[in-house]
Design a binder for this molecule. Structure first.
Ligand code: AMP
Length: 308
């Protein structure tokens, strides 16, 4: 099954207490696609500059990602720099050079327009809505955003989240978006804002503490699924973990074509598994070269963690 993804492709410069890497392949679209491809075929729509090499592109092609939607524009690729504290939950953005990403107007190739599964990565909410308008019959649409858009474009964000099925955001974004400090009140507030969608889903990412998912059941009761983070001893680079989680989650849903609550829980496990692989190495390296057996065995560990 194909899954359409629109997001950023970047060159990242990352410093953590355990390593440093310059101009490595990154971006939300890259992490998402490299995680989702274990379950489905990502059709990636993104923009890069003239400095993006055939070798860079090969990383995606070797992973089975369809790159027809990758646009090469005059100028430089988006660059981002970040530095993590000894407490890896704390990150400082050192620089953001939008470059060709600044004028990105995603064009969806006609081959991609019939994708039923869609992920709108972190770009301006009005561009997300524009992309959605180019898809013929979307069945399940996920969306990610960030504090920047919650502050700069709240009206546009509110408009687009009414049209999607799953909002996948982190806990600080959920608090800011709902203006509620308590995560459960925040979840109810956000789901009520998505009420035009049939059975909206909210996935709140909590970094090393895992993920909590919310959806109202047929009986009108709020269902909650709480999954801990995988207990890793060696976390090298948390960059992109949230995008890898979203990629695993959405890829699993696309491959199973099943949006029941029980299957959404399995999708959370798939997403958390990919996120845990992602943080074990610098950059996107942690998402390369896994087999389905690795994914199955770590998913099984998740089951044991919370089973009683
Ligand atoms: P995360 O750790 O989930 O916040 O994702 C980090 C990735 O997001 C990095 O690879 C960056 O290149 C990318 N990124 C950082 N800022 C932005 C932005 N404003 N828009 C899109 N992608 C970004």
């Amino acid at each position: 099954m194909d899954i359409l993804i629109v997001g950023s492709v970047a060159f990242d410069t990352i410093t953590t207490p355990f390593g440093h890497i310059d101009n490595t392949l990154g971006g939300s679209g890259s992490y998402f696609s490299l995680a989702a491809r274990y379950f489905a075929t990502p059709n990636m729509v993104a923009v890069v500059g003239e400095d993006f090499t055939a070798e860079n592109k090969k990383v995606f092609l070797d992973a089975g990602i369809d790159m027809e939607g990758l646009e090469k524009a005059p100028g430089k690729t988006f660059r981002w720099g970040g530095k993590y504290d000894f407490d890896l939950n704390k990150r400082e953005t050192l620089f953001t050079e939008l470059n060709v990403f600044e004028n990105f107007q995603p064009k969806i190739p006609s081959n991609y327009q019939n994708c039923a599964y869609v992920f709108l990565g972190n770009i301006h909410p009005s561009l997300q809505e524009n992309v959605l308008g180019q898809i013929q019959k979307p069945e399940f649409v996920g969306l990610d955003t960030m504090n920047y858009w919650i502050e700069k474009a709240p009206g546009e964000l509110s408009a687009v989240i009414k049209k999607i099925n799953a909002l996948i955001i982190n806990d600080s974004e959920a608090r800011e978006f709902s203006d509620e400090s308590n995560i459960y009140k925040a979840a109810k507030n956000i789901l009520s804002q998505m009420e035009e969608t049939k059975h909206p889903v909210l996935v709140i990412k909590r970094g090393e503490y895992g993920v909590v998912m919310f959806q109202y059941g047929e009986d009108g009761k709020l269902q909650i699924f709480n999954l801990p983070g995988y207990p890793l001893e060696d976390v090298i680079d948390p960059t992109g973990a949230g995008d890898a989680l979203a990629g695993g989650f959405m890829g699993y849903i696309a491959s199973t074509e099943d949006i029941t609550w029980e299957n959404l829980k399995k999708a959370c496990v798939a997403g958390s598994t990919l996120a845990s692989f992602s943080v074990e190495k610098m950059g996107v390296e942690g998402l390369l070269n896994h087999g389905l057996d690795d994914i199955r065995s770590r998913s099984e560990q998740f089951r044991l963690l919370a089973n009683f």
